[in-house]
Design a protein around this ligand. Structure first.
Ligand code: 7TS
Length: 421
């Protein structure tokens, strides 16, 4: 398992050279132009670009194998079922889950977290209980818990962060008590880039018998995640941030806890038998997968995972760390730039503000240069409030980006500075 500390690997001399130019050729979109300039895509935290192998897998499925799964005796249905279930096994290996049935396909991290807040919440959370999240959560790990609190009378408590954007673990320790029924924390912050010490958080919560959900949307693409080593109860992530198709995602959950939880949605595929008197439910993972899923997407996600593991998550982490360090130095040195999020352990996200220039103006001017960054609150409004900024400009890096692109970003930011005097 790769801990936060160990993600700062450097590529060792014996490993083959990280050939970013060859990797870039796998992504057709990276060859296009925007506003007459070569595209510089620095918004992978929002969604990853897709390699040709994933695009081909999706289109091949529709052209050759399309059928509904888990319900047909005919050839194509069985073929599609096998391909979809093979993808589940690939995901299981990718995060080192103990069992394939611990992998629940969802539409993304958002749905994965809503599944837990609805199902686990309905069974275990009552008035007077407490739910702990952190001050750097994406809205998708805030709002579902708030909705649950409204329904049940439970109370939401928030682990504070310091000025660097790091969790205050001592405060977290003080918050643990028998009323706390679940802890939900982001592994890597999409707004700050902070890598949280989730293994320690899980140990601390478990010492009070409290289960933990980790939002791994921004972690799974950047370094190796091992759910058994973490001993995490729930781990949520998005397929589209792993070079997979949009509308795909995963909820990992431990067998024992998933078995005890009621279904999230009712419908086809999630039942064992239905009568008007009583319905019984299917076994894992089907109990949580009502209706026809995104079959092509799941298969495409399996191929995306093959692609990423083919490159190697350790090599991806090492290369992206080089990019982040390079960008932090270059952009941070531009007069007027303030980097928001200066944690010691960071991954692939550079959020910044520029004196009096609104981040939307930074984003718009960079766009004219063909540079795609995100400007806004990044669905993390409480983070913006904590740092007293309305928004930030955010460049987020993937293994297909280059130092030359970061040079262009720096030139673009200089240009913004020049325009606004
Ligand atoms: N959690 C984190 C930490 C995220 O960064 C995101 C998406 C989500 C959850 C939700 O994922 P979804 O796939 O269900 O939408 N983050 C971003 C972002 O930073 N810019 O666009 C989406």
């Amino acid at each position: 398992m790769q801990t936060a500390q160990e993600t700062k690997l450097t590529i060792n001399d014996e490993s083959p050279k990280f050939d970013v130019e060859s990797i870039r050729r796998d992504f057709p979109i990276l060859g296009r132009e925007v506003h007459g300039r070569p595209l510089i895509y620095l918004d992978s935290a929002a969604t990853y670009q897709k390699p040709q192998v994933v695009i081909d897998a999706v289109s091949r499925y529709y052209a050759e194998d399309n059928a509904n799964i888990h319900r047909g005796v005919h050839y194509l249905s069985q073929l599609a079922t096998r391909e979809y279930e093979d993808a589940r096994v690939k995901i299981k290996r990718f995060i080192n889950a103990a069992e394939s049935h611990e992998i629940i396909f969802t539409r993304g991290t958002t749905e994965s977290i809503n599944l837990v807040s609805n199902s686990f919440g309905r069974k275990y959370i009552k008035e007077g209980d407490e739910i702990i999240i952190s001050a750097m959560e994406h809205h998708s790990n805030i709002v579902p818990w708030q909705m649950l609190c409204e329904q049940t009378g439970a109370r939401l408590r928030v682990i504070p962060i310091n000025d660097a954007g790091e969790l205050l673990i001592d405060e977290f320790i003080q918050m643990l008590n028998p009323r706390v029924k679940i802890v939900g924390v982001v592994h890597v912050s999409n707004a700050l880039g902070t890598i949280n010490p989730v293994k320690r958080i899980i140990e601390l919560a478990h010492s009070h018998d409290i289960p933990v959900l980790i939002d791994g949307a921004q972690a799974a693409p950047h370094f190796k995640v091992d759910v058994q080593d973490l001993d995490v109860d729930f781990y949520a992530f998005s397929g589209h941030k792993l070079c997979g198709p949009t509308g795909t995602g995963v909820l990992y959950g431990k067998t024992a806890i998933l078995n005890e939880m009621p279904p999230f949605m009712g419908g086809g595929d999630m039942i064992a038998s239905v009568s008007f008197e009583k319905t019984t439910y299917n076994t894992l993972p089907h109990k949580f997968e009502a209706g026809t899923p995104h079959i092509a997407g799941g298969i495409g996600l399996g191929v995306a995972i093959d692609y990423l593991t083919g490159i190697g998550l350790d090599r991806i982490a090492a290369y992206e760390n080089e990019l982040l360090e390079y960008a932090t130095e270059l952009i941070g040195a531009i007069p007027g730039v303030k980097i928001i999020g200066t944690a010691r352990e960071k991954a692939s996200v550079l959020s910044f503000t520029l004196d009096t220039v609104h981040p939307h103006d930074i984003g718009t001017i960079l766009d004219q240069e063909g540079i795609a960054v995100r400007a806004g609150h990044h669905c993390a409004q409480p983070v913006m409030k904590r740092f007293a900024v309305p928004a930030t400009a955010r460049a987020s890096f993937a293994f297909y980006n280059t130092k030359e692109e970061i040079d262009k970003l720096a030139e673009g930011v200089q240009k913004v500075t020049a325009i606004f005097g």
